[in-house]
Write a protein that binds this ligand. Sequence first.
Ligand code: GDP
Ligand code: IMO
Ligand code: MG
Length: 423
Amino acid sequence: MENKVDVLLGLQWGDEGKGKIVDVLTPNYDVVARFQGGPNAGHTLEFENQKYVLRSIPSGIFQGDKINIIGNGVVLNPLLFKKEIDELEKSGHPLTERLKISRKAHLILPTHTILDLAYESAKGKNKIGTTGKGIGPTYTDKISRNGLRVGDIEHDFDKKYAKIKQRHLDILQNYDVQYDLDTLEKAWFEGVECLKRFELIDSEHTINGSLKSGKKVLAEGAQGTMLDIDFGSYPFVTSSNTVTAGACSGLGVSPRNIGQVYGIFKAYCTRVGSGPFPTELFNEDGNKMRDNGFEFGSVTGRPRRCGWIDLVALKYAIMINGVTQLIMMKNDVLDDFTKIKVCVAYDVNGKKVEDFPFDINENVTPIFKELKGWNTPLTSIRSEEEFPQELKDYILFLEKELETPIKIISVGPDREQTIFRTV
Ligand code: GDP
Ligand code: IMO
Ligand code: MG
């Protein structure tokens, strides 16, 4: 029987711990493929006392002879890609055989990055708080049919590049923004040379062929459902479909061929950049989450906004993605909390709302249920039997509310700090 693609994706506003869990699950797969996003992502992995942050390269890259694919739905900046490759190779990880790139992935040009900054500064206090990596302008060019693709490197590349660059320079004349394009371009073209070292593929054929021959494929999401271009907190979102449907279009996989959907979330909630966040905390509890969880952006270093878990948003994310199993991360961050709050509904202008609304603006007040904290360190726990009762109660409460089993519990950043539940 033909295999199906399993998908792992974030259910909150990103940074749920996708990188760690993809790495943990990779031994069960032959192929790991990124399906959207670009170097706005920062996926952290820790093992053998080493820490790595991946941006465009899939998180299956460290586990032996697996094939890792950058899919057609991804946007790739050759300059940052080369940096990532150089660093990984320096630390002794051979990549040439393991990594393949879709010809249909779009390229982030240096001018896309400048446009991102120009658009953000023009928005003033309404800015999105993007990662400044040119994501929005690159996807805009893709959709408006003006983009440049990895496969273009093989034909008439300089001419195509020059045409798009000129279009961007014309737009930039309307913005007050300083830039040094020559330096950026030089490094970018070195990156393009680096790209040529890798096999450029029609990844939809590779992936469907792998399924046919009985191989197992894991699709790795970036960002999170609340940053999805259609279903996230628009306009404070990223520019791609971060949801399961994005794996279909971002890899060329039919919906019939989607298998397990792993939805990953933190025991609390974070967000980087601007935009609404109903359960955000501005008090000591929020600061404690940030300090305990080291909640600073892995791409930009910005402090992440922290708050309690939001079940209205989580239920919505589970519905949109068709999540089959849940993965609960960063439980250890709540080790010294005597009380844990869970947002079970919103109060919108005096009305109790449980379906995620069109807008989550200032009229939304979270309604909380309070649970007891466990007040004991979890980081050295390696089996479910050792869980304190309060953690068991928290997990059971969430499973009941979310109507989906929680299969993995994470108690620290390391590969080893991962507990598979047997129930
Ligand atoms: P991703 O973008 O979803 O891959 O997540 P990030 O790597 O941006 O952010 C997750 C952060 O939490 C990283 O620094 C991880 O090393 C760390 N992390 C992952 N799981 C756990 C956990 O269970 N406990 C703690 N304390 N940290 C974790
Ligand atoms: P990973 O994959 C958290 C946020 C930015 C900003 C908004 C739009 O590591 O979970 P963009 O640069 O995409 O145009 O920015 O999306 N954002 C992320 N937040 N984790 C990410 O990725 C993110 N990628 C983008 O902070 O609010
Ligand atoms: Mg991240």
